[in-house]
Design a protein around this ligand. Structure first.
Ligand code: BGC
Length: 344
């Protein structure tokens, strides 16, 4: 019996040692991964996302060349500098999804695998994998939230609604918008939702640079032209929290006096969390960066080790050149009821 026990303990020890080696600091064997992110001072969640990813990558044992860019041109330059250092892998969240093709061709030429983070990059076949949250679900979740809170299925209405979409230079922006608009369109057609401004094409509702200021001035214009006679602006579908903040500023600056607006957002920014707590914003879509970065670290590890990264979509994510194997995470609706799940 004693002998069996000793063998058992020995086996446990060996298993623990093997596990520790697998999870250890030197898992990445000191290889360098370039992490290139958009300009955080232009808004959006990039500072927190970048820091989270960098930390996780380092904890997995990789050295990182971690950069935020200051402009689309600056990101191209950072990408070229990263390629020159021949990293084991490049992870890039594009500032402008349209201008990286040429530099990425150089990465491919040098045999460096590239993972596109969050935004699909156009005009290139040099992307090995893409990892993101389901972008059209982001918009659809906003729409379903409105549907439920205002009992659209039960025939309620008419309600006035306006839309604020994201940056035309970001491939995600039309997907967020399409996810929401397409879901709500039947209610617009039936007259339960009314867009007084008539602005519904992506071009009309897009916000260059995801700029909160631009969102504010477009909303001020809409409020002055279509909601100055006491009309209620019941709903604004804002594609992210910066745009939602612009809506609240616009309402204050023009003295909007109608009933409260059901306002959506995305990212669970600290400002949005506060606005949800105090009732000025109804909801946001939470895309926990830790969840996505975990997937990215696994992808990088598999590529560096020469194995196949785990993906859950091999057909739907395309740019103008290739279909990109992808890992898509599910975003989460956050409102007053579950605000405490937000970690940033
Ligand atoms: C991201 C959003 C973000 C927006 C603005 C999008 O590509 O997916 O989370 O709010 O960019 O930075």
């Amino acid at each position: 019996m004693k002998r069996i026990m000793t063998i058992f303990l020995l086996l446990c020890g060996l298993m623990l040692a093997a596990f520790a080696a697998g999870c250890g600091q030197d898992e990445g064997e000191g290889k360098t991964v370039a992490l290139l992110f958009p300009n955080p001072s232009a808004g959006g969640p990039w500072q927190y996302i970048g820091d989270t990813c960098n930390k996780q990558m380092q904890e997995a044992g990789y050295k990182t060349n971690f950069q935020f860019c200051s402009s689309p041109e600056n990101q191209v330059q950072q990408l070229r500098e990263a390629i020159a250092e021949n990293p084991a892998c490049i992870v890039i969240a594009a500032q402008d999804t349209g201008n990286l093709g040429e530099a990425l061709a150089e990465a491919k030429e040098a045999g460096i695998p590239v993972v596109a983070y969050d935004r699909v990059i156009m005009h290139t076949d040099a992307i090995s994998y893409y990892a993101s949250f389901e972008n059209s679900s982001v918009g659809e979740f906003m729409a379903r939230y409105v549907e439920e809170k205002l009992n659209l299925k039960g025939g309620a209405g008419p309600f006035n609604i306006e839309f604020l979409a994201g940056d035309p230079a970001d491939t995600n922006a039309p997907q967020f918008y399409g996810g929401a608009y397409d879901y709500l369109k039947p209610y617009i057609d039936k007259g339960q939702l009314v867009v007084r401004s008539g602005q519904v094409s992506f071009q009309d509702v897009a916000t260059p640079g995801w700029s909160g200021e631009k969102a504010q001035s477009r909303m001020e214009d809409i409020l002055r032209r279509y909601y100055s006679g006491g009309e209620a602006l019941n709903i604004v579908i804002a594609s992210n929290d910066d745009l939602a903040a612009g809506v609240l500023k616009a309402q204050r600056s023009v003295g909007y006096s109608g009933p409260a607006t059901l306002l959506t957002g995305q990212d669970a920014s600290s400002e949005a969390v506060e606005n949800i707590r105090t009732g000025r914003q109804a909801m946001t879509i939470y895309k926990d960066p830790a969840v996505l970065c975990t997937k990215i670290v696994r992808m990088v590890k598999a590529m560096v080790e020469g194995s196949q990264p785990a993906v859950n979509d091999v057909t739907n994510i395309r740019n103008d050149k290739i279909t990109i194997p992808s890992y898509l995470c599910i975003p989460v609706i956050v409102d007053r009821e579950n605000l405490d799940i937000v970690k940033n």
